[in-house]
Design a binder for this molecule. Structure first.
Ligand SMILES: C[C@@H]1O/C(=N\OC(=O)Nc2ccccc2)[C@@H](O)[C@H](O)[C@@H]1O
Length: 474
């Protein structure tokens, strides 16, 4: 028996190798993806299991808060410096007013913990180049504001103490640095960009030296030609950072290959440790993620990352965001919700209310998100399935309770429901009814639901004959 098993395993391995070889990379690349498939190390599995993150966009742009000279900026608040109504000189003096006297990182961390976030991404430096840490490579930093003190250190420490991992957002674009170039049009531009790349490398090493518990970088601002056309450098930088800090997690926004392809190289291979292009949008089906790890980042209003005094348009509710979080986990992805603190260092009331409301649901139902992924079942019309990774425990997150009061559950052949219960009533066993081969109805209480209902199912291989629950009496 063992010989037969060995022969089959060897044949399967050979077939897999031939298959991979057939998807041969047609374009030889020096600076494309260096790994085929997802990372399998413990650091990456930890990132996967966290599933729910908090993004924080905070900096000088919080001071104008999307308004200037009595006028409202309709763009994203953190981009106000690029608004024609905002004189660059005026913006570039604002740091002299940055004094978040009410900043309390322990309070921020507690609110994030109560919401159920397991990791946090903080803007160390956004496109405007203002550094939230006292970088020794720049003057445009927190050290030269009335506040003076390092913002990042106490934040990373407070979040880590609350059991939340810290990731650092870093914008390559730096509107403040004299050597930044959007494109290289002359030898002088090349020399400036060469100086700029040294500056970038120095700041990133400085961040890792100052904050050694961080788990990764979230790069942004890598769409300009000067960066896109220098795939060799982005590749070298990624390897430099990994060598400095083994296990670091870096998404697909950092790299370009030598042909200028971003996120996916010219052979359609993902560069980086996860797909980082899902910004204010999510994949719809498991096919959309192409087997890659991925992360979706989401704003509460339609498109505001930094603090904006006037939220206009649709502001997402807790239930909408809970559904996005569950949808992400159901498709093997992470979901990161963004917050834009005010210039005084506090969160606006709508954001505080949101953290409390999401947290109330996560308190009871978080197990349907943490450490879960794609269940391998056809998406039901009443909501989402997630599966505790590598187990027979499947969560049913019900966003639309059917009017007939029954949740239809279609299982793969030869699988049955051993038991099922609602997370909010762990002691009450539900009674799935086998309505046809491998198909069940799970009755749910007919009441007003004000947030998604979560039911846990333990699946098992079908015993001989009927499923565990008898066929409906005809
Ligand atoms: C998270 C957001 O990221 C940004 N830009 O996003 C993108 O570049 N998105 C993007 C680009 C290419 C593909 C997919 C998404 C920034 O400009 C914005 O201020 C904010 O920090």
């Amino acid at each position: 028996m063992m010989n037969l098993f060995k022969v089959c395993s060897a044949a399967a391995l050979l077939l897999a190798q031939v298959a991979t070889a057939q998807v041969k990379d047609t374009i030889p690349l020096q600076h494309g993806a260096h790994r085929i498939g997802n990372r399998t190390d413990a650091d990456m599995q930890r990132w996967r299991d966290l599933r729910f993150g908090q993004f924080i966009h905070w900096g000088v742009y919080a001071i104008p808060g999307g308004m200037w000279d009595g006028k409202v900026y309709n763009g994203a608040a953190e981009w106000i410096r690029s608004w024609k109504e905002m004189p660059h000189e005026a913006y570039d003096q604002l740091y002299k007013q940055f004094n978040p006297v009410k900043y309390n990182p322990a309070d921020w961390a507690q609110q994030a913990k109560n919401m159920g976030a397991k990791y946090m991404i903080i803007t160390t430096k956004h496109h405007d180049g203002f550094c939230l840490w006292p970088s020794k490579y720049a003057k445009y930093t927190i050290a030269n504001t009335p506040y003076k003190k390092d913002i990042l250190g106490p934040m990373v420490e407070a979040y880590n103490k609350a059991g939340i991992d810290a990731y650092l957002y870093f914008s390559i674009i730096d509107w403040n640095h004299p050597d930044w170039r959007t494109s290289i049009k002359s030898p002088a531009d090349s020399m400036a960009m060469a100086r700029f790349k040294v500056f970038v490398k120095n700041q990133l090493k400085e961040l890792l030296d100052r904050y050694p518990t961080v788990k990764g970088f979230w790069f942004d601002g890598t769409w300009d030609e000067s960066w896109k056309n220098d795939g060799a450098f982005s590749d070298e930088l990624e390897q430099y950072l990994q060598q400095l800090h083994p296990g670091l997690i870096i998404g697909s926004r950092l790299r370009a290959d030598e042909k200028g392809a971003r996120h996916f190289d010219s052979n359609s291979r993902l560069m980086g440790d996860y797909e980082q292009g899902w910004e204010r949008k999510l994949p719809n089906t498991i096919a959309d993620v192409h087997g890659n790890d991925w992360e979706g980042v989401m704003t509460v209003p339609e498109n505001q990352w930094g603090y904006h005094q006037q939220w206009f348009g649709h502001v997402k509710s807790a239930n909408e965001l809970i559904e996005m979080l569950v949808k992400s986990a159901s498709l093997n992805g992470n979901f990161v919700l963004n917050f834009g603190p005010k210039p005084d260092g506090t969160f606006r009331t709508e954001e505080q209310e949101l953290m409390r409301n999401i947290g109330r649901w996560m308190q009871v139902n978080g197990s349907a998100v943490y450490g879960t992924g794609y269940a391998g079942l056809e998406k039901p019309d009443w909501g989402y399935y997630t599966r505790k990774t590598g187990t027979d425990t499947v969560y049913m997150v019900v966003c639309n309770v059917p009017v007939n009061g029954n949740l239809r559950v279609k299982l793969p052949a030869k699988q049955s429901i051993a038991k099922a219960w609602a997370l909010e009533q762990p002691g009450v066993a539900l009674q799935p009814e086998l309505v046809s081969r491998d198909e069940y109805f799970i009755p749910v209480e007919q009441k007003v639901y004000t947030s998604p209902l979560v039911i846990v199912m333990k699946l098992e291989q079908q015993q001989r004959g009927q499923g565990n629950f008898e066929k409906a009496k005809t």
